[in-house]
Design a protein around this ligand. Structure first.
Ligand SMILES: *Cc1c(COP(=O)(O)O)cnc(C)c1O
Length: 467
């Protein structure tokens, strides 16, 4: 920190110029997180930047807005709210990660309470999940000391096998996680079959295992694109769902939602009634203070778009993703690439693909080549036990228009042609230079830890690169 003040204009200029080194959010095809909102939404957010969401006594309208959002989203996900005065059970969070940690905590406590009441051991809880879960599930399990019990992907199947998942469950299982929209391929897991098989097992063995659906991305897509797909609270064993408001909820980064089927799934013992400036408030969050603007941005979108607006946008994204998939497959007379994601709305509006044949370059080289045109496209390896598979992925967001999509296809075609023409030694050299640069960067940033395995890598070496 400098000893003296500097003028506001100078400070602004310095920060502004430093931030020019960042990539352009609209060209970041790696992320699910919203990069475009209307001016009116941005204006509302600016107007409310100085509000702390937790001060509900002073900002009661913010609290009311959160409750309305929870009720709208719970109804969208078919929560059983049939009585006129039924109130949905849910909270706003910073994102799906906080929602998932809270949901695992609630499930663990509920399981422990039941085990204690029955006089049974309650020290070995486990969660059954796909090894392709987002890294926050590993985080939740480890922070909360719950055994991670994995169903492993294979080279040709990336969505959990319901039968095998149910076989992994026992009396110590606090939840089964189902993913509605995998971060790897965008595929939806078969929650309905999982529900039906688990119902049978619960009945046969006197168990009471429930399902939590990680609908971080799919929660705002499937209800509009595939309304007949039954994956949500319509299934009796689905006790909780998380969605990221800042993904297909179309709000800027910093908002997610955790929802529960009913109060019964949220044990009293983890709710805090705080006496804030004279009035009691029930709180279930990991942190105290946070900005109010993300919830306000979410409310704006729900109000502004309505079901018809979300439907139109999600349909449009699906059409763009299908067009992109078809165009990628057409490169090299259909001999270059294989599609790894679904089309026609059977998965998220994203395209994941890989090289069909052994080439002198790999998916990472294509990603580097696209980077020179400004596109940020992640290349990554599949989940554990299928990690020899490499993929490229483009997430279709609202600001990825048909026109931008066509420009991208042109650049991808060009990148592939260039790589085909480039001699092997040149490609190998470029890779080496890139790897050396990355290593140098890592060493510089993490001098103290650089020989260690970083804890945030997760057990399976997952990073936040795929988010
Ligand atoms: C993005 C994502 C998460 C994490 O959500 P955040 O909102 O980024 O915290 C969890 N699960 C899945 C399936 C995701 O796609």
């Amino acid at each position: 920190m400098g000893e003296e003040e500097i003028p506001a204009r100078t400070a602004m200029r310095i920060v502004h110029d430093e931030l020019l080194m960042d990539g352009t959010p609209a060209l970041n095809l790696a992320s699910f997180v919203t990069t475009y909102m209307e001016e009116e939404a941005e204006k509302l957010m600016m107007e409310n930047l100085n509000k702390n969401f937790i001060d509900l006594e002073e900002y009661p309208a913010c609290g009311e807005i959160e409750t309305r959002c929870v009720n709208m989203i719970a109804r969208l996900l078919n929560a059983p709210l049939d009585k006129p005065d039924s109130e949905a059970v849910g909270v706003s969070t910073i994102g799906s990660s906080e929602a998932i940690i809270l949901s695992v905590l609630a499930a663990k406590r509920r399981w422990q309470d039941a085990r204690k009441a029955a006089g049974k051991p309650w020290d070995k809880p486990n969660i059954v999940m796909n090894s392709a879960v987002q890294v926050c599930w590993e985080k939740a399990a480890r922070y909360l000391e719950v055994e991670e019990r994995y169903w492993y992907c294979s080279v040709d199947k990336y969505t959990i096998d319901p039968q095998e998942a149910v076989e992994l469950c026992d009396e110590n299982t606090i939840l089964v996680c189902a993913i509605l929209g995998s971060t790897y391929t965008g595929e939806y897991e078969d929650v309905k079959t999982l529900n039906d098989l688990l119902l049978k097992k619960n009945e046969a063995e006197g168990l009471n295992i429930h399902i939590h659906v990680d609908a971080a991305s799919g929660g705002f897509v499937a209800p509009f694109v595939k309304p007949d797909l039954v994956w949500d609270f319509r299934l009796p064993l689905v006790c909780g769902i998380n969605v990221s408001g800042h993904k297909y909820g179309l709000a800027y980064a910093g908002v997610g939602w955790a929802l529960w089927r009913s109060k019964e799934y949220l044990p009293e013992s983890i709710l805090f009634t705080i006496n804030y400036l004279g009035s009691p408030q029930v709180s279930f969050t990991l942190n105290f203070s946070k900005s109010a603007v993300q919830v306000i941005g979410q409310y704006y979108q729900l109000l502004r778009l309505g079901k018809a607006g979300y439907h139109a946008i999600m349909k449009n994204l699906t059409t763009t993703a299908d067009f992109l998939a078809e165009s990628i497959l057409a490169i090299g007379n259909g001999e270059k690439f294989v599609l790894m994601s679904k089309t026609g709305g059977d998965g998220l509006p994203l395209v994941a693909w890989r090289l069909k044949n052994e080439e002198k370059y790999d998916e990472f080289a294509i990603a580097r080549r696209l980077r020179t045109r400004g596109w940020i496209v992640p290349a990554y390896t599949m989940a554990p036990k299928a990690s020899e598979i490499k993929l490229l992925r483009v997430v279709v967001r609202e600001d990825f228009s048909r026109h931008r999509c066509e420009t991208f296809i042109r650049d991808l075609r060009e990148a592939v042609t260039r790589l085909d023409e480039t001699p092997q030694e040149v490609i190998d050299h470029a890779k080496k230079v890139h790897d050396d640069d990355r290593m140098r960067e890592v060493t510089r940033k993490m001098k103290h830890f650089h020989q260690e395995k970083h804890s945030l890598q997760g057990k399976h070496g997952k990073t936040h690169g795929v988010c």
